[in-house]
Design a protein around this ligand. Structure first.
Ligand SMILES: Cc1ncc(COP(=O)(O)OP(=O)(O)O)c(N)n1
Ligand SMILES: Cc1ncsc1CCOP(=O)(O)O
Ligand SMILES: [Mg+2]
Length: 224
């Protein structure tokens, strides 16, 4: 059975932005402060390094069994580390084949940047993909090749359609503390952040403030 996945505050790690701390030290601090899922992303690491990094992150969340650890891009690493899931983009391995490799019990996320990409995800056999990352909501220096910004209004439209089709929807790209409430108010199930947490002097404090903004954004959406 696929374990539940809580996307409320989804941290995507960046090894360089965590320095001089280790990724595991940052993850250990923030899962105790409201981060609900972690994606291990390091575009510079070798497969061997990513496997070792993933294992350090798994050890860092061991006291938080509800926090899923997902590997970015590398399906082989996800399987070898027995990670909770994997996230792929439109140019990564095809999701049907990723699902065949990871089995039925792991979480699979897919990046979506347009209505056409979302329609294709919704047309997949049920259970292929669990989550769509609506990307990027705003431009971000962390991923300059992410394509044009959706903006919160289009992200809200995509989130509604994704959720109606049974997918978890998360917003990603350019979500700062100042924008977290606006991102949450689009109706997504959660928000993903990199730079709003990884380089912060107090990552746990940043996570706590982001959780407060998510509550504020959700309340504002309900009040509309
Ligand atoms: C939750 C989530 N959404 C989108 C992305 C971006 O994935 P991708 O388009 O494959 O780009 P890279 O992260 O591989 O550079 C993501 N990682 N997570
Ligand atoms: C991995 C990824 N995919 C789309 S935008 C992005 C980076 C998000 O980083 P930040 O939260 O700092 O804008
Ligand atoms: Mg990718």
């Amino acid at each position: 059975m696929r374990p539940p996945f809580d996307p409320t505050l989804y941290l995507v790690t960046d090894t360089g932005l965590c320095r001089p701390r280790s990724v595991a030290d940052v993850v250990r601090a923030v899962v105790a402060a409201g981060v609900t899922a972690v994606q291990v992303r390091d575009k510079h690491a070798s497969r061997r390094e990513l496997l070792a990094l993933t294992r350090t992150v798994q050890a860092a969340v061991v006291d938080h069994p509800g926090v899923a650890v997902v590997v970015n891009d590398a399906v082989d690493v996800a399987v070898l580390a027995d990670a909770d899931g994997v996230h792929v983009g439109q140019d990564d391995l095809p999701v049907e084949e990723v699902r065949a490799l990871i089995g039925a019990d792991r979480h699979l996320g897919l990046s979506v940047s347009s209505a056409a990409e979302l329609d294709a995800a919704l047309a997949l056999p049920p259970g292929t993909v669990d989550l769509v990352g609506l990307s990027p909501v705003w431009e971000t220096p962390v991923k300059p090749d992410a394509g044009p910004a959706l903006g919160p209004a289009r992200a809200a439209t995509l989130a509604t359609a994704a959720r109606a089709g049974g997918l978890i929807a998360v917003a990603i790209g350019g979500i700062t503390l100042d924008r977290a409430a606006e991102a949450a108010a689009t109706g997504v199930d959660g928000i993903c952040v990199v730079a709003a947490v990884c380089p912060e002097a107090d990552p746990a404090g940043a996570a706590r403030r982001l959780r407060e903004e998510i509550v504020r954004g959700r309340l504002a959406q309900v009040a509309r």
